[in-house]
Design a protein around this ligand. Structure first.
Ligand code: NAD
Length: 266
């Protein structure tokens, strides 16, 4: 019907991890705009989570900050229990927390064989075990409610391989395989489970600094590999994720959607 919002969350309550900035913040705000019944805003950094929850409450949608480290299963469980008590059963989960932990920008550094093995766990903890933990904590409630949406943000590095980011790429590829498997377990309960695979997003920095970065030879060389010659935005990510979380996407599951400006075309 004309004027009706096709992308409707139907009043479901969402948990978005790593939602204190950038893509996660965009996702949390976009879900709220599309009839989300409440948003539990996670970030390892409590002030970030609280700021985004406050932005959402200002729009009239209930929201709470649930700061925790996704790699800490007990903390995840406690936060899901709190979100359920304060907002209602969590039937939308967006596994967005990623990278190497708080305030860690991923920069290709050493070859895998030159890396100290102590570096591995931070990638696996956030990008792989974090996804296990959040799914393990929310799926029983989704099964009981006989509805649910799980969207996990992965990376094209896990599909195509990325030198000097092997463990990060492995964690993302692992998360991708994991959610496809979970999709096959939970479909009978009305729960869908998909992944969105990103290439490079716009660096988050003040406009004048960004202008400099965009003029650099590095950025020009990088963007020459994209069919659409720009970095991705939080809005690009939030729009697709919100669609996959909506009632309109009830027949989409077990899929990985590349969102990458044509960086990879398969
Ligand atoms: N930025 C890119 O170019 C890019 C490319 C491919 C994939 N991705 C993926 O997209 C997602 C979002 O990326 P972004 O650039 O918006 O990230 P970002 O680093 O800007 O923000 C991530 C947020 O997650 C939080 N966080 C990190 N580890 C956490 C943990 N263990 N527990 C809870 N919170 C944690 C951080 O505090 C931060 O606020 C990530 O999963 C990332 O791996 C990003």
């Amino acid at each position: 019907m004309i004027g009706e919002d096709m992308i409707d969350l139907g009043g479901q309550v969402a948990l978005v991890t790593g939602a204190g900035q950038n893509a996660g913040r965009g996702i949390a705000r976009e879900l709220a705009r599309h009839n989300c019944g409440g948003v539990a805003v996670n970030d390892f950094v409590a002030e970030r989570a609280e700021a985004v929850a406050a932005e959402i409450r200002e729009t009239g949608v209930p929201a709470i900050a649930v700061p925790f480290d996704v790699s800490d299963l007990e903390a995840v469980r406690a936060a899901v229990a709190r979100a359920t008590a304060e907002l209602g059963p969590v039937t939308v989960l967006v596994n967005n927390a990623g990278m190497a932990g708080p305030n860690q920008q991923i920069r290709p550094s050493k070859n895998f064989w030159e890396e100290d093995p102590s570096e591995w766990s931070k990638f696996l903890g956030t990008n792989l075990f974090g996804v296990f933990n959040c799914c393990h904590a929310v799926i029983p409630g989704m099964v009981a409610a006989k509805q649910g949406r799980i969207v996990t943000i992965v990376s094209d590095s896990g599909r195509t391989g990325e030198p000097r980011l092997a463990v990060y790429a492995a964690a993302k590829a692992g998360a991708n395989g994991f959610v496809r498997s979970i999709a096959k377990e939970v479909g009978r309960y009305g729960i869908t489970c998909n992944a969105v695979s990103l290439s490079s997003l716009m660096p988050d920095m003040p406009p004048e600094q960004l202008e400099q970065v965009m003029q650099s030879d590095h950025a020009k060389a990088q963007l020459s590999r994209y069919i659409i010659r720009r970095y991705g935005s939080s809005a690009d990510v939030a729009t697709l994720v919100t669609f996959l979380c909506s009632n309109a996407a009830s027949w989409i599951t077990g899929q990985t959607y590349p969102l990458n400006g044509g960086y990879v075309t398969d």
